[in-house]
Write a protein that binds this ligand. Structure first.
Ligand code: FE
Length: 303
């Protein structure tokens, strides 16, 4: 049985590269890589060639999600699984694989139409030390937990779960929130494929966007504090203020990015649990910011 092993890379459509550079490198700490292509730039978080490609095409949204499998045999096994499930996919040409800096990949789409790429063999530039975009106390937590997690738009949650189960992820809804209207919602859904508590989540998304947030995790709490200071010093809107989630125990806040959605910067996440449970509140903090980022639900209890 082939299964994806990590959230490996993301493609993002953007419009303002200078603002993105100031955000992703100057505040968050990623390394900026310009290989002179003109229409795209890369963000590095570790020894990989990149974890994020910024495509300057004005889309200001998620372009594609890259999930890794171990090697070529696992990619073949994944292709067989998709075929059996009657999910359409295309095998990439060598040129397309080169573009993504991987040895091989196939492209498919999930039930909401998000482009999902399944790849093996990323280019790892071990010869080139990671050089953060601003001074860092520690590093980004990647390795066998992948680059982080994403929360993406899905209206048919059971269909989304079925699709990502075929890829090898496991999970279900982990919260029941009561809205101000009195309605109770069973979401978001959280799914994992390695020790990271979740690599993928579905639910609550700003109107008109495919993605709600990308979470990346620091190894040192001081980098989270510094990012929080820098965000406020540069008057970047905060979609959800510093607080702690219950399901992954992560201390995090959500600075809005220049494309009008949020990143979640976190520290101290717990690992995936073998059995499901659900929560009705986050631990503390996470005061909602402006509503347009789809994170305006108050997730902590009244004190
Ligand atoms: Fe998150």
């Amino acid at each position: 049985m082939s299964s994806v092993t990590e959230l490996g890379y993301l493609g993002l459509s953007i419009s303002d590269i200078e603002k993105w550079k100031a955000y992703a490198c100057g505040i968050v700490g990623m390394e900026f890589v310009d290989e002179g292509e003109g229409d795209r730039f890369y963000l590095r978080m570790d020894e990989w060639h990149h974890r994020i490609t910024l495509h300057v095409d004005g889309g200001d949204d998620l372009a594609y999600i890259g999930f890794r499998v171990a090697g070529p045999n696992e990619l073949e096994a994944m292709a067989e699984k998709l075929k059996r499930a009657e999910i359409a996919f295309q095998r990439a040409t060598e040129q397309e694989a080169d573009e993504r800096r991987v040895m091989g990949l196939l492209t498919t789409a999930d039930p909401a139409g998000h482009v999902v790429e399944i790849f093996w063999g990323p280019q790892v530039d071990s010869h080139k030390p990671f050089h953060p975009g601003r001074a860092m106390f520690g590093r980004f937590l990647t390795g066998d937990q992948g680059m982080g997690h994403v929360l993406i738009a899905h209206t048919d949650l059971p269909a989304a779960i079925r699709f990502y189960e075929i890829l090898g992820l496991v999970g279900e809804a982990e919260y029941k929130f009561t809205l101000p209207t009195g309605e109770t919602i069973r979401q978001p859904v959280f799914m994992h494929c390695n020790a990271r508590q979740h690599s993928m989540a579905f639910g609550l998304v700003p109107p008109g966007k495919r993605i709600n947030h990308l979470m990346i995790e620091y190894t040192n709490i001081k980098d989270l504090g510094l990012a929080n200071d820098l965000t406020q010093a540069r008057n970047i809107p905060i979609a959800k203020h510093l607080g702690m989630h219950t399901n992954d125990g992560m201390l995090s806040f959500y600075p809005a990015n220049p494309s009008g959605w949020a990143w979640e910067l976190g520290w101290g996440g717990q690992q995936a649990q073998p059995q499901q449970e659900y929560y009705t509140y986050d631990m503390f903090g996470h005061e909602p910011g402006p509503p347009e980022y789809g994170l305006a639900i108050k997730s902590t209890p009244p004190r």
